[in-house]
Design a protein around this ligand. Sequence first.
Ligand code: MG
Ligand code: MG
Length: 264
Amino acid sequence: MSFLEKIMIKYKTPQEIEIMREAAQIVSRTLGLVAKHMKPGVTPKFLDKLAEDYIRSQNAIPGFLGLYGCPSTLLISVNEQVVHGLPTDRPFQDGDIVSVDCGSVYKGYYGDHAYTFEVGDVKPEVKKLLEVTKECLYLGIAQATIANRIEDIGWAIQQHAEKHGYGVVRDLVGHGLGKELHEEPQVPNYGRRGRGKKIQNGLTIAIEPMINMGTEKVKTLDDQWTIVTADGMPSAHFEHDIAVVDGEPVILSTFDFIYESLGK
Ligand code: MG
Ligand code: MG
């Protein structure tokens, strides 16, 4: 692959977008299944097996497993873990928050999205972090129109998070999505109004705010995977897959299966 090909955005046809919707929906249903089991005493490894079996039952394959050496189907990040937590045998405890990130490949295209769950009774200030991070996600999505540029997405996310005194993670970003999990362009969760590449029809991206209650700074644990906040305070992460169609953002993934499982 030439350098120019690597930096080129791969705009998708309506047919490709329909396949990507199916890939995203497989992940959505997987997270719906995960939601049913998100209780104190359940282990990340149990959820990981559940997710792998479900994805394979849908004529898809786990999107993360084996990619960059990833050993699991899900990335499960608890409390101060931001993203990329590897599933362990440590049971969830009452009051935990748990980000579950999941990928699938269906007919050669990736789905990739994430939700941060509450386990049992979560402190009000932590609930607020989850609420605001989810709002950030939808505010970012709303900017993904052909009237705007890529940094408008991060600008909206950053404004909202910082208004609440939260830290916006800089070291990890959203991304283009398609036949590869990570395509161009990068989609940072911070930015300046009116900067970056112009948004065009056929753009397919994963928007994924990672918002910390305290400092924006993060570090990587010795397992070389798990990203944690530098100050040990909680972090939240929500992600959707988006296509730009007829000038407007279309959300290919859904949290509806999660809400159904949680009785929301
Ligand atoms: Mg993800
Ligand atoms: Mg992603």
